[in-house]
Design a protein around this ligand. Structure first.
Ligand code: BTN
Length: 260
């Protein structure tokens, strides 16, 4: 891990750390109800009920990995909240690149991959009232130092150390992520979308220019991934030459033969 100080002002200025908890996303939501401030960061050494996307779990053994959630109170419409997941994905990938030297890439929309295997997952959840986002919680799990990758995910998942790093310094990586996030979040707030971040995101988008299998509920098709638009939707060209925009929600994208 490279040495260095990180410029952080609001992200994680208020921190809550658990040795063990159910899920840092659940804790952040509870803290939000108690009035915790924008930027509150919740960490845990272990999660007994870590949450993944699409109702799946997130395997969260003790001490080995980084699990954290950030509580945001942005003045945005609910339909714009999914973009914050891509803002975090870019931030995590940048932080891993800068401070570990690993060539972290993004698998659209928000998986971080190293050597084509997933090392980080991101889950954004939101509370809405009167058509506005009351809070947005973005939870991040980075496989840092996982001694053994559980069998059910070993085809697609990896840990940063297993991919070649000797040591993992959780706190420094967290600070690196938060510093990158502050920078990228400011840009998101300025434009209200990803127009300033799109180029950087696409530079490390592992799907760009690749043939992918688009899995919509009840419909799967092959297409070529072209990049993203300013809303973070994946732009694809279908085999008949028509173009489509894919919104992350219910759709997932795989490689033709593999996870990436
Ligand atoms: C995915 O399925 O790829 C998303 C996984 C998100 C896991 C993180 S770990 C910290 C935070 N707390 C949770 O319960 N989930 C997220």
């Amino acid at each position: 891990m490279k040495e260095g100080r990180f410029h952080i002002t609001w992200a994680g200025a208020h921190r809550v750390a658990y040795e063990e908890t159910d899920s840092t996303n659940v804790r952040a939501a509870a803290l939000s109800e108690e009035g915790a401030p924008h930027g509150t960061v919740v960490t845990a050494e272990m999660q007994s009920a870590g949450k993944g996307r699409r109702g799946r779990g997130w395997i969260s053994p003790k001490g080995e990995n980084l699990y954290f959630s950030i509580l945001l109170r942005p003045e945005i419409l609910p339909e714009n909240a999914p973009m914050l997941t891509l803002v975090m994905a870019l931030s995590v990938a940048e932080a891993i690149r800068r401070y570990t030297g690993e060539e972290a890439c993004i698998k659209w929309p928000n998986d971080i991959v190293v050597n084509r295997k997933k090392v980080c997952g991101i889950l954004t959840e939101m509370k809405v009232a009167d058509g506005r986002a009351v809070h947005v919680i973005t939870g991040v799990g980075v496989n840092l130092n996982m001694k053994e990758i559980p069998e059910e995910i070993c085809q697609t998942a990896a840990s940063l150390n297993i991919e070649g790093k000797e040591s993992s310094e959780k706190e420094k990586l967290l600070e690196a992520i938060l510093a990158c996030y502050e920078k990228n979040y400011a840009s998101f707030l300025k434009t209200g979308d990803l127009s300033e971040l799109r180029e950087e995101y696409e530079k490390i988008l592992v799907n760009k220019g690749k043939d992918v299998r688009v899995l919509e509920p009840g419909n799967a098709y092959e297409a070529r991934a072209l990049g993203i638009n300013e809303k973070g939707e994946l732009l694809v060209e279908k085999t008949d030459g028509t173009k489509a925009r894919i919104f992350a929600g219910e759709v997932s994208v795989r490689g033709i033969y593999d996870y990436v």
